[in-house]
Design a protein around this ligand. Structure first.
Ligand SMILES: *[C@@H]1O[C@H](CO)[C@@H](O)[C@H](O)[C@H]1NC(C)=O
Ligand SMILES: *[C@@H]1O[C@H](CO)[C@@H](O)[C@H](O)[C@H]1NC(C)=O
Ligand SMILES: *[C@@H]1O[C@H](CO)[C@@H](O)[C@H](O)[C@H]1NC(C)=O
Ligand SMILES: *[C@@H]1O[C@H](CO)[C@@H](O)[C@H](O)[C@H]1NC(C)=O
Length: 541
């Protein structure tokens, strides 16, 4: 009859004294599947005459305690409970999901019955939290990362939160949490979004992080920058230059090089130009390419100017020499290399166009028209660029004359007296002189003609004291001999009868046929002849 007594007592407690709540703190009490919980009463240790614990509705007895008889454990709780009979607190072990529900206690102490109730929630702990992403290799601003967090076991309610490194990820523009926090969507990832990411899943009894997940975000290339070493405005041919290119890019960019917009075969971040030639001048740029983002970027171009050294400066003239005064001549200045400027000088003085000088726009050709004898001299053409200079020289010889012919001699000669005639003429090359008498050449080519005795040249018939008019005709050829015909023209002197009426002092000329010589050899064509005549009067006494 013991069991019946316990049951009736329990019923009495529950039905008769339900009103006085409070010996259990408000619940619920959370328990872990397979774990233990203790329902603690608020009673200080004392002597309790009866304690009764029940579960559910209708109530099932967990344990009944009578001070006189000790505890009686209900079916299904044997070995799973411990009762503290001084406080009425109950420990429940090896929790199952069936233990979820309401627990009630009734205590009698010194004739007063106290009751309390609470509830128990048994949760399964969370295990195996897994983080996955739709893709972990993404292209910046192109791709969207979607993370999904899952658990293999664990009772609801589950809560999720997300970490990026050590900071919490919160929803904002472009970043969304979905499916109750189970998914994280990051639209148009940037390079700063690589993580590592983690999700943490929690329920009332446990919290569990996932593994870390790091994204690979490809970006660029951006801002390709080209550097030129050494940095200069102009380079001499034969120099060695290194162009290097860098760019913000992940994975690292691949580089190609372009000259004037045309791709060169060269690849790699460095382009070495050895022994560079003027033909390699131009606008260089580098092209950066990212094989993952498939994007290209071109650097700012850099102009490289290579100058060849100037050499072999030469002046050529046209026509070929001889250059005759009054004609024209052109001097042309050429050189090999990168010619940037030319200058003309004559006898050390800078020449400028004007007068009979014409200088072509590029200063390559100097034309002199008409050429004058004063234009003879040393011409220099200086060809230069910023790294080199070359000079060419040419001696210009302007041939002229003979002109300005002059014969000098005494104004009076006594018969028998020695006399000297001097003939001069402006000429380049210098003239050579030939003296002739009565059409007969006098040997020798000196500009001076000397006669010891006048009688030798004056016919016996010429009376002493006669005035002789001497006409000198000079006919000469440039570069050759000057022919001078010396004619002694007899004229009746003051003491003689005039040859013509009126006793005129006018000389009478005879035998004036021109006589000249052209001794120029191997020259063509014969140059124009210049005919000079000079009258020389002397009184032969
Ligand atoms: C992502 O990029 C696309 C295309 O560039 C754009 O239309 C969209 O607005 C972007 N979304 C966000 C959240 O930035
Ligand atoms: C992750 O952290 C980095 C560095 O603090 C930050 O730049 C980035 O914006 C963060 N990403 C997200 C999705 O919050
Ligand atoms: C980036 O997006 C554009 C259009 O949105 C697409 O055409 C392109 O192929 C994408 N690039 C990569 C590398 O996926
Ligand atoms: C030169 O000619 C004149 C006139 O014909 C003549 O009188 C004279 O004797 C001549 N002189 C000589 C040296 O032959």
């Amino acid at each position: 009859m013991e069991a019946a007594t316990v049951v009736s007592l329990t019923m009495a407690v529950l039905s008769g004294y339900c009103a006085g709540l409070g010996v259990l703190p408000p619940g619920p009490v959370n328990g872990t599947l397979g774990g233990n919980v203790i329902f603690k009463t608020t009673i200080n240790p004392t002597t309790l005459s009866t304690i009764a614990w029940t579960f559910g509705d209708p109530p099932v007895s967990i344990v009944d305690f009578l001070i006189s008889e000790g505890p009686v454990t209900g079916v299904g709780y044997v070995g799973r409970i411990s009762l503290d009979n001084s406080t009425g607190s109950l420990e429940l072990r090896k929790l199952t999901l069936n233990d979820n529900g309401t627990y009630r206690v009734s205590l009698r102490k010194a004739g007063v019955i106290q009751v309390g109730n609470t509830s128990l929630n048994v949760y399964e702990t969370i295990s195996n939290v897994t983080l996955r992403a739709n893709v972990i290799d993404l292209v910046e601003l192109n791709d969207t990362a979607i993370f999904t967090c899952s658990v293999s076991s664990g009772s609801s309610p589950l809560s999720y939160h997300w970490l990026n490194g050590s900071s919490e990820v919160t929803a904002r523009y472009g970043i969304q949490l979905g499916d109750g926090g189970r998914t994280l969507t990051i639209a148009n990832v940037t390079r700063y979004y690589q993580g590592p990411y983690r999700c943490i899943v929690a329920n009332p009894v446990s919290s569990e992080p996932s593994q870390n997940l790091t994204l690979t975000i490809s970006y660029g290339p951006e801002n390709p920058i080209m550097k030129v070493t050494p940095l200069d405005v102009l380079y001499g041919s034969g120099s060695t230059l290194t162009l290097s290119c860098s760019s913000e890019s992940s994975p690292p960019a691949q580089f190609q090089w372009a000259l004037n917009g045309t791709l060169l075969s060269n690849q790699g971040p460095e382009l070495r130009l050895e022994n560079i030639q003027a033909s390699q001048s131009g606008s260089y740029s580098c092209w950066a390419h990212n094989t993952r983002t498939l994007r290209y970027q071109t650097s700012e171009p850099y102009d490289i100017t290579v100058l060849d050294l100037i050499s072999g400066a030469i002046i050529t003239t046209s026509p070929n020499p001889p250059i005759i005064e009054g004609n024209s001549v052109t001097l042309t200045c050429d050189a090999s290399g990168s010619i940037i400027s030319r200058e003309w000088m004559k006898d050390g003085q800078l020449l400028s166009a004007g007068g009979n000088m014409i200088i072509s726009e590029d200063k390559r050709v100097l034309s002199i028209n008409p050429v004058k004898r004063t234009d003879s001299g040393e011409y220099l053409c200086r060809v230069s660029n910023p790294i080199s200079t070359a000079d060419a020289k040419h001696d210009l010889i302007v041939n002229y004359g003979p002109d300005g012919m002059e014969i000098k001699g005494p104004t009076e000669i006594k018969v028998g007296q020695k006399f000297t005639l001097t003939c001069s003429a402006d000429s380049n090359p210098p003239a050579s002189y030939t003296w002739m008498l009565n059409g007969t050449e006098i040997p020798g080519h000196s500009p001076e003609f000397t006669k010891e005795k006048m009688e030798d040249y004056l016919s016996p018939g010429l009376p002493a004291g006669a005035i002789a008019g001497i006409v000198i005709g000079v006919l000469l050829v440039v570069g050759g001999a000057v022919g001078v015909a010396v004619f002694f023209i007899r004229k009746n002197g003051t003491n003689a009868e005039p040859m013509h009426q009126g006793g005129s002092q006018q000389p009478v000329y005879e035998d004036l046929s021109p006589v000249y010589e052209n001794t120029r050899q191997n020259q063509s064509p014969p140059l124009p002849l210049t005919d000079f005549k000079s009258t020389y009067d002397t009184r032969i006494m």
